[in-house]
Design a protein around this ligand. Structure first.
Ligand SMILES: [Zn+2]
Length: 149
């Protein structure tokens, strides 16, 4: 096998632009600053735990059905499937929203209206911690939805 490396220096690799390190990303560092909403974060975490706990109970109760010792792998796959089917749609959506809200907290974008970029009043966040819209925008959105259909 010929493994002769040609010594011709391929200086035609100029097309590769140098990777320019992006300096000064304007993102605030997550975690450097305590969230503005520690109690809402707690609410969200508690709510999430409660939902997961509910769901967990479904699982725990099913342990009583594990009377078939030789189907472990297959059974657990089926359990997974049942499990996700048993999480009601509403809960799944809520869990997702809670997760997103917590992510926004980490990214320090929590409490900012998605639509107008304004601050969502604390009272509204407290009442509806997963919201992403201020009341004005929410109202507008609802009006649009009604108008649409
Ligand atoms: Zn808004």
């Amino acid at each position: 096998m010929k493994t002769r490396r040609s010594a011709t220096r391929t200086s035609s690799t100029k097309s590769q632009s140098p990777v320019r390190p992006r300096r000064s990303a304007n993102k605030p560092k997550a975690g450097t600053q305590d969230t503005k909403y520690p109690d809402i974060r707690r609410d969200l975490e508690r709510q999430r735990a409660a939902i997961l706990n509910d769901v967990g109970e479904v699982l725990t109760h099913r342990d009583g059905l594990a009377a078939f010792p030789d189907v472990s792998d297959q059974a657990s796959a089926e359990v997974d499937q049942n499990f996700s089917m048993r999480i009601r749609d509403r809960e799944r959506k809520l869990l997702k929203k809670i997760g997103e809200a917590l992510e926004r907290m980490d990214a320090a974008t929590y409490g900012i209206c998605e639509r107008c970029g304004g601050d969502i009043p604390y009272k509204r966040l407290k009442a509806r911690p997963v919201t992403t819209l201020c009341i004005e925008c929410k109202t507008l959105q609802e009006q649009e939805e009604q108008a649409r259909g």
